[in-house]
Design a protein around this ligand. Structure first.
Ligand code: AKB
Length: 320
C-alpha cells in the first residue's frame, strides 16, 4: 500500500518512463514528497511545477549523499540508463553509467536505510541463445549489447544486495514501452513510438526494423501499473529478486502499421533496417510472465488495437 508520508526519489525523472512515473507517484504520495532528479532540468513544466526537482548526476556519490541526508527517502526509483542502441555507440560509457550508477544508488540506499529500491531491467538481458518464443523467467541469458550485459549484471547485483544485505530491491524486465507523453531515447523499440507521431504528421514512416520483426511491447499505463503494483506488493509476495519477466503484447512493424491504418487508411510504411535490426534479432519475440501473474497478480489491460486508439486520440489532442 502507498503510505502518504513516504518521501520518494525518482532518478531519471525526465525520461520516457520517469516523467510519467513521477507524476503518478506525486498523485499518490503528494507532490512535495516526490523528488524528481535528472542530469538536466526538465522540459516538462508539469514536472517542475508539481514538486521538487534536483539536478543529479548519478555518477556523483557526493550529490546523492547530500540528497539522501536532506530528504531521508523511503523509496528510490533509479531509472537513469543508457539504452540499447545508444549504448553500442559508446560501450564503455554505457557500462560505467549503468553499473556505477546502480552501485551508487544501492550503496546510498543501504547507508541511509531506504526501505525500498526500484530498478528497471529489460528484455535486453536475453540473447541469441535464449528461446525466443514465450521466453521463460529462468533460461539462457547471453546478451550481446552492452546495455543487455549491464542489465543482466545489474540483476545479479540487485539479488546479491537483497540476499546479503537485506535491501528490498525490486525489478521488472520491461519490454519496449510506448507512450504519448514523452519520447524514448536511444532504444531499439523506439520505432513503435515514432511511428504514431509520423502517422499523424506525415502519414508515412520509414521503419529501421524489417516488417516481420516481432518484439514484446507494452503501453505506458500498463508499465506504470506493473511498476507500482510490484512496489506496493507485500515483500513476501516478491519472490523473484533478480527481475520479473513482464509481458503485454507482441507485434511486428507490419502489424502496428495495419493497426494504425484502421484509423488513418492512407498511412504508409516502408522498411530500411539499420544496426538496430541485429539487436532486435537477438531479443525474444514474446515473454512468459507467469511468475509475475502468480506472485503479485500481474495482468495487462491494453492490446495493440486499444493502445493504437488511445495513442492516436491523445497525440491528436496534443496537436490541437
Ligand atoms: C531498448 O530498446 O533499448 C529499450 C528496452 C527494450 O529495454 N526500450
Amino acid at each position: 500500500m502507498a503510505n502518504s508520508s513516504d518521501t520518494v526519489l525518482v532518478i531519471g525523472a525526465c525520461g520516457q518512463l520517469g516523467s510519467e512515473l513521477t507524476m503518478e507517484l506525486r498523485n499518490m504520495y503528494g507532490g512535495s514528497n516526490v523528488v524528481a532528479a535528472d542530469i538536466a532540468a526538465p522540459k516538462q513544466t508539469d514536472l517542475l511545477e508539481s514538486g521538487p526537482f534536483e539536478t543529479v548526476d548519478v555518477l556523483d556519490k557526493n550529490i546523492l549523499a547530500e540528497l539522501a541526508a536532506k530528504y531521508k527517502f523511503k523509496q528510490i526509483y533509479h531509472l537513469a540508463a543508457v539504452l540499447s542502441a545508444t549504448g553500442e555507440k559508446n560501450p564503455k560509457f554505457a557500462w560505467r553509467l549503468n553499473m556505477d550508477g546502480l552501485f551508487n544508488v544501492l550503496d546510498m540506499a543501504l547507508e541511509y536505510k531506504t526501505e525500498k529500491v526500484y530498478w528497471p531491467s529489460s528484455i535486453a538481458v536475453f540473447g541469441p541463445g535464449t528461446p525466443r518464443e514465450n521466453t521463460p523467467q529462468h533460461t539462457v541469458m547471453d546478451p550481446n549489447t552492452v546495455y543487455g550485459i549491464s542489465k543482466q549484471a545489474g540483476e545479479r547485483w540487485c539479488e546479491y544486495y537483497f540476499e546479503k544485505y537485506g535491501l528490498d530491491v525490486r525489478s521488472l524486465r520491461y519490454p519496449g514501452l510506448i507512450g504519448y507523453k514523452a519520447l524514448p531515447g536511444g532504444g531499439t523499440t523506439d520505432y513503435a513510438v515514432d511511428i504514431y507521431h509520423q502517422a499523424l504528421e506525415a502519414q508515412k514512416y520509414e521503419c529501421f526494423l524489417s516488417e516481420n520483426t516481432y518484439l514484446p511491447m507494452m503501453y505506458m499505463p500498463d508499465a506504470l501499473k506493473a511498476t507500482l503494483d510490484l512496489m506496493h506488493a507485500p515483500a513476501e509476495q516478491v519472490k523473484v529478486r533478480s527481475s520479473y519477466n513482464l509481458s503485454a503484447m507482441s507485434f511486428s512493424p507490419k502489424e502496428i502499421a495495419a493497426s494504425i491504418q484502421k484509423h488513418i487508411p492512407e498511412f504508409e510504411i516502408s522498411y530500411k533496417p539499420d544496426a538496430r535490426q541485429q539487436i532486435a534479432d537477438s531479443w525474444p519475440k514474446s515473454i512468459d510472465d507467469s511468475a509475475a501473474q502468480q506472485d503479485w497478480n500481474w495482468k495487462p489491460a491494453y492490446t495493440l488495437d486499444t493502445m493504437t486508439e488511445d495513442m492516436l486520440l491523445n497525440l491528436n489532442k496534443m496537436r490541437t
